[in-house]
Design a protein around this ligand. Structure first.
Ligand code: NAP
Ligand code: ZN
Ligand code: ZN
Length: 351
């Protein structure tokens, strides 16, 4: 099936409308008309080949909300008309320890990413959600609660679950003191979700003007990270920090704000590594640094259901697809409130 999409043809050229061909509908597949697709910083990293793994042509987009329009003859979980979501994964080996334990994001053979992966049926690239349609195996499709505004749901499929997974995995509970570094797409969802779990949230930001928003989103305290006095005032106060920054930076000032036994969870994936942390405080205060990759399909559904119960969606700015490059530019300068979402129906596809 030939459809319209926003295509990156090279690391240095802007995304532009073009045609792509989706795989034929398989027995387990669901065809989804994309209604909204969030713009993740990973899309920008990948469009520009900042992780040196991009293959072109490339169609980004892994925060997809849409309507089912067709199903294969073995699909049991969805029917045409259902409103569904697709995140960062569209397949995995399904056999390894992690797949068997419903942690496909850590599949030993590597999960199949929604875009820039290899489609097991065609051997060609997987295509993301900056497109009119996607075709996805039903096991990698989730149900969207019916009480939430759909454009604000799209960013939950990556940004939401990427911060939800470590919050749950590391057992954050009511009363815990949680730090969030960076008020962007991931960071603002971390503030919302951690505070909805009952944690007391401290937001670290390089942008003092975001302070009022952070408090509105649920942060109890806002700390400007380049203000030495503000940083000193919150030393050894936090149980866990989620670092959502998309650029390389010094981790030591954040480690200093952790209590003994505290944990810094890195979810941002900068183009160049962070400088190594100082070992002494890690040793003498038994600190941990962890990474965390997106979240499983099970966690994604749990997070969506939690958001449905608590009325949580992303704060978004809607755009039509032809404006994607200006959205990328604003994202690079940290100027997004707090996630761009492409309105696929508003997008003009003619070149
Ligand atoms: P984003 O919306 O651009 O937010 C990043 C935030 O980091 C900015 O809003 C800014 O917040 C802060 N920041 C401080 N200095 C920065 C700098 N020099 N450059 C960029 N940001 C800076 O990005 P996002 O979509 O939330 O993604 C954040 C990172 O997570 C990206 O690297 C992305 O690839 C990665 N990611 C990882 C996973 C995973 O599975 N682990 C999943 C999705 C995304 P302040 O203005 O408040 O300082
Ligand atoms: Zn993402
Ligand atoms: Zn596996």
């Amino acid at each position: 099936m030939k459809i319209n999409a926003l295509v990156a043809h090279a690391a240095t050229s802007p995304l532009s409308p073009d045609h792509i061909v989706l795989r034929p509908l398989q027995q387990q597949d669901v065809t989804i008309e994309v209604l909204y697709c969030g713009v993740c910083h990973s899309d920008l990293h990948m469009a520009r080949n900042e992780w040196a793994v991009s293959r072109y042509p490339l169609v980004p987009g892994h925060e997809i909300v849409g309507r089912v329009t067709d199903v294969g003859n073995q699909v049991s979980r969805f029917v045409p008309g259902d409103i569904v979501g697709v995140g960062v994964m569209v397949d995995a080996c399904r056999e390894c320890h992690f797949c068997q334990n419903q942690e496909e994001q850590y599949c030993e053979k590597g999960f199949t990413p929604t875009y820039n992966g290899v489609d097991k049926y065609t051997g060609e690239s997987t295509w993301g959600g900056y497109a009119q349609q996607v075709i996805v195996d039903q096991d990698f499709v989730v149900s969207v609660p019916d009480n939430l505004p759909l454009a604000g749901v799209a960013p939950l499929l990556c940004a939401g679950v990427t911060v939800w997974s470590p919050l749950r995995h590391f057992g954050v509970k009511a009363g815990d003191k949680v730090g969030v570094v960076g008020l962007g797409g991931l960071g603002h969802m971390a503030v919302k979700l951690a505070s909805a779990l009952g944690a007391e949230v401290t937001l670290f930001t390089t942008s003092p003007q975001k302070g009022a928003d952070a408090k509105r989103l649920g942060a109890k305290q806002v700390v400007v990270s380049h203000d030495v006095e503000q940083m000193a005032a919150c030393q050894t106060s936090l149980d866990l920090i989620i670092d959502c920054v998309a650029a390389s930076h010094d981790l030591d000032p954040y480690l200093a704000t952790l209590k003994t036994n505290g944990r810094l969870v890195l979810v941002g994936i900068p183009e160049t590594p962070h400088t190594s942390p100082a070992i002494t405080p890690m040793v003498f205060r038994r600190l941990s640094i962890s990474g965390s990759s997106i979240g499983s399909i099970k966690e994604t559904q749990e997070m969506l259901d939690f958001c449905g119960q608590h009325g949580i969606t992303s704060d978004i700015e809607l755009l039509s697809g032809e404006n994607i490059e200006s959205a990328f530019s604003r994202m690079l300068s940290g100027d997004v409130k707090y996630r761009f979402v492409i309105d696929m129906h508003a997008t003009r596809w003619s070149r």
